[in-house]
Design a protein. Structure first.
Length: 165
């Protein structure tokens, strides 16, 4: 039995709003931390709360997605701040309706569907746009940024469902 293994790591673009908010929370932490060191309890509690918020915001905003294709399954993992990995979901190739580039004409008949959309891509449109859209199981629209090697591996299993135009 022939098994194909392809791994792809994608860095998600950080939001500028999250970066500004993170630096604001760090400044609030420093300011109220200095006030708290002077003996006041309430500013010290505010500094701890703002520091925790800045920490969790940093963890959530520094994202990478890893796509792993093995034996007709695509598993998607979320890597937060290069320290914590979480399996998001496993997609079976047999349940894919279509996989095509983001602006492909093959997706025209799918565009008016009202579906839940999940984005595991780079998070921005580059030129040329390398993102792909996958309609999965009639319930979800999944946006990915796979490498050509990953698309080719999926296409060998489901050639009528995968388009690369």
């Amino acid at each position: 039995m022939s098994e194909t293994y392809v791994e792809c790591l994608v860095k998600h673009k950080n939001s500028p709003v999250a970066a500004i908010l993170k630096w604001f929370l760090i400044a609030v932490t420093a300011f109220f931390g200095i006030l708290g060191l002077m003996g006041a309890l309430i500013p010290l509690l505010i500094a701890v709360a703002a520091g925790l918020c800045a920490y969790f915001l940093t963890m959530r905003s520094d994202l990478e997605y890893e796509y792993l294709y093995l034996d007709k399954e695509i598993s998607i993992d979320k890597i937060m701040h290069k320290t914590k990995r979480k399996r998001i979901e496993v997609l079976e190739v047999e349940r894919i309706e279509i996989l095509a580039p983001f602006r492909s004409h093959h997706l025209d008949s799918y565009r008016n569907r009202q579906m839940k959309t999940v984005d595991y891509s780079i998070g921005e449109e580059k030129q040329p746009d390398l993102r792909y859209v996958m309609y999965y199981d009639g319930t979800r629209r999944v946006i990915l940024s796979p490498t050509q090697e990953l698309v080719k591996a999926i296409r060998t299993v489901a050639p009528r469902k995968v388009f690369t135009d």
